[in-house]
Ligand binder design. Structure first.
Ligand code: HEM
Length: 420
């Protein structure tokens, strides 16, 4: 009974092609002890899927009748800098070949989003610790379909033993955002992996899309992670990428005019027209709610219905730079939730990402005719003042241009005076 329920649950996770071939899979390793024999019911005989779990078995764990457990000494220590950089190049190539940006972002978020700030101990507190690689967590209802993301990343994991799953998930997500045209994210790495499925969080820590009171629900879930209203709205903007599929989450249309031809596996309903481009169109589209072929979940709609959320949603619909800035900070914060870093300060693999070089200040850029500048624009102007050692609140310590102008004016005045 329990086994058939598990089989049914796992077959719900699989795309229909894999589901069609789903059956009881028995695997045994002849070369080692009998304790390495196991049975994987319902995860499918799809060579890709079984290959994924075979690889996991080789590198990390074996599956007993109760699920995954740590076998040989797993690689749980933190990652290696050079391997992280190379893995990032491989992820870029994977993105070019398969257009899997959205599902990689969702994978990173679902690993991190189980964090509970009220629990101090690692890994009980959940968060970005690689626990989502285990079958037991992949089978949580909210994670439907994410086995496909793991399947895409497994070859990269196998190639770089010096990169933990926890880092790989966050690296893949951040690279996907940046490659889709999003902001540079101030990421750090060095996350330690949990070692076994018994360390996975219980089901139910991630948000639902259609709760009775969406605003209360979002606050309950995200406040538990230590995130605030601004961060809830900014992070929801990640839905500018990707689609929802009725056969996974139960939400969205089977296909729309924007998704019927892919790229990637066709189908599903997207939040935006260009669902592989990271920009602020999510906020514009869910505000207008005009296009029948674009998705608005109850938890999306509430961003314009709730007065506190609306302040940020309006700002992001208006000002993409403000959205990018807040998104970059919120995403990096999310990616660190619950993580244990080794070294404790983490590893930065992209110096430029932590502090993007400010553009040259061109005052004319800001003369938009608006009476009041947006907060994002004000912050940008402030950053540019600060980059040249000044501040919009006080004059520059030494303004050579002004000094020269004063000297010229004084000389001109004296010439005129003595000339008369
Ligand atoms: C605010 C609460 C959230 C809810 C209720 C929610 C719900 C959902 C649902 C129902 C789907 C469709 C899954 C499917 O059918 O395949 C989805 C997809 C997605 N979510 Fe969220 N989500 C939330 C927040 C977030 C956050 C914070 C991020 C990232 C920072 C995110 C990133 C994504 C992405 C990129 C997809 C598209 C995946 C794909 O195309 O395969 N979501 N989300």
């Amino acid at each position: 009974m329990a086994t058939s329920a598990a089989a049914a649950a796992s077959s719900r996770l699989l795309p229909s092609a894999a589901r069609a071939t789903a059956t009881t899979l028995s695997l045994s390793s002849r070369s080692s002890s009998s304790s390495r024999s196991f049975s994987l019911k319902g995860l499918g005989s799809s060579p890709l899927v079984s290959g994924l779990f075979l690889n996991q078995k080789r590198s990390l764990a074996y599956v007993s009748s109760r699920g995954f457990s740590a076998a040989s000494a797993p690689k749980c220590a933190a990652s290696d800098t050079e391997q992280l950089k190379s893995a990032r190049e491989d992820i870029k190539q994977l993105l070019k070949n398969t257009f899997c940006h959205p599902i990689l972002v969702r994978l990173g978020w679902h690993d991190a989003g189980t964090y509970n700030k009220n629990i101090e101990e690692w890994p009980q507190r959940g968060g970005a610790n690689g626990s989502l690689r285990f079958e037991i967590e992949l089978k949580h209802g909210a994670n439907a379909g994410l086995v496909n993301a793991l399947k895409l990343l497994q070859p990269i994991k196998d190639k770089y033993s010096g990169v933990t799953y926890a880092d790989l998930f966050q690296l893949a997500s951040a690279t996907a955002i940046e490659e889709a045209g999003g902001p540079k994210l101030p990421m750090k790495y060095g996350r330690v992996d949990v070692s076994g499925p018994e360390q996975c969080p219980e089901e139910g820590r991630l948000p639902s899309a259609g709760p009775p009171s969406p605003a209360d629900h979002l606050r309950e879930v995200f406040y538990r992670m230590g995130l605030n209203d601004e961060e809830i709205v900014a992070l929801s903007g990640a839905h500018t990428l990707g689609r929802s599929r009725p056969d996974r989450s139960g939400w969205g249309k089977p296909e729309t005019k924007y998704t019927k031809d892919g790229p990637g596996a066709p189908g599903g309903e997207s939040w935006t027209v260009q669902w592989l481009k990271f920009d602020n169109s999510y906020f514009k589209d869910i505000k207008e709610r005009k296009d029948e072929d674009l998705l608005v979940l109850p938890t999306d709609a509430v961003l314009f219905d709730d007065p506190s959320f609306r302040v940020y949603a309006e700002k992001y619909a208006e000002d993409q730079e403000a959205f990018f800035k807040d998104y970059a900070e919120a995403h990096a914060k999310l990616s660190n939730l619950g993580a244990k870093f080794d070294p404790p300060e983490g590893i930065v693999i992209d110096d430029g990402a932590a502090k993007p070089a400010p553009e040259k200040f061109v005052a004319a850029k800001y003369s938009s005719g608006k009476r009041e500048l947006s907060d994002g624009m004000k912050q940008k102007i402030r950053a540019e003042y600060e980059a040249i050692g000044g501040s919009p609140d006080k004059p520059l310590q030494s303004n050579y241009f002004l000094n020269i102008m004063i000297v010229i004016a004084v000389l001109a005045f004296l010439t005129w005076l003595f000339g008369n």
